[in-house]
Design a protein around this ligand. Structure first.
Ligand SMILES: [Zn+2]
Ligand SMILES: [Zn+2]
Length: 135
């Protein structure tokens, strides 16, 4: 599936081919901290199927629990997180942050990972009062 996306301020744009059947929710604690939220939603693409079409992402390298260095690409102007990938030589897999993909409404997660650090209230969201905009 062809997708495109970018950061909130518009400095960075990208396009990619992704597999819409392999979208995952990640409940790991790094995703919680880096996103400032309860989990991240990720769609995967290959290095040769991903291109930044405007701007240059800044990078932050974290060390994963596996010991591997993981490069986090983000917009240095607005802070939007765009992807994570391996540090060093390719071929690489890029995990795109689904919230930055314009076609995100079509991308329903198929799997959850790092369930052991999942926030206990996530399953209860449908029981909470909800309004369509800012109350
Ligand atoms: Zn930006
Ligand atoms: Zn994660």
């Amino acid at each position: 599936m062809h997708v495109d996306g970018g950061c909130h301020c518009g400095h960075i744009a990208y396009q990619a081919e992704i597999d819409p059947e392999r979208v995952v929710v990640c409940h790991c604690t790094d995703c919680q901290i880096l996103s400032g939220s309860a989990f991240r939603v990720v769609a995967f693409t290959q290095e040769d199927a991903f291109s930044v079409t405007r701007g240059m992402p800044a990078t932050y390298v974290k060390i994963a629990e596996s010991g591997r260095a993981r490069e986090q690409g983000f917009c240095a102007n607005c802070g939007t997180q765009l992807y994570a990938t391996a540090s060093g030589p390719g071929p690489k897999v890029y995990g795109l942050r689904v919230g930055t993909i314009h076609q995100r409404d079509l991308l329903k997660p198929a799997r959850q990972v790092w369930n052991r650090s999942r926030q206990g209230w996530v399953d209860d969201l449908h029981d909470l009062p909800a309004v369509d905009g800012q109350p």
